[in-house]
Design a protein around this ligand. Structure first.
Ligand SMILES: [Zn+2]
Length: 93
């Protein structure tokens, strides 16, 4: 009876990402562009019914929490960039 194991079932992130890769999770390429600013996309958000959105690393971070809440599948390659230097100060335009 290990009650402390429940902490690892937290569904905030990770865990089931690798299991979903097999289906339609093609790698993002340089031709995939952010729907917001046109930069190279590192995050694909599948919304179901064939709808999907692409985001660059910047917008992936900016909208990440909300996107994770509505996405049916998430393909995240922002790790390819390493640690983002967080260049932007607190300014929401
Ligand atoms: Zn962008």
């Amino acid at each position: 009876m290990k009650t402390y194991d429940t902490k690892f079932t937290d569904d905030r992130e990770g865990a089931d990402v690798s299991t979903a890769v097999a289906s339609s999770a093609a790698a993002l390429t340089a031709s995939d562009r952010c729907d917001r600013c046109g930069a190279q996309a590192y995050l694909r958000v599948e919304l179901g019914e064939g709808a999907e959105l692409l985001f660059c690393a910047h917008h992936a971070r900016e909208h990440g929490a909300k996107l994770r809440a509505i996405a049916v599948n998430l393909h995240d390659e922002t790790h390819k960039l390493g640690d983002t230097p967080t260049p932007a100060p607190h300014s929401e335009g």
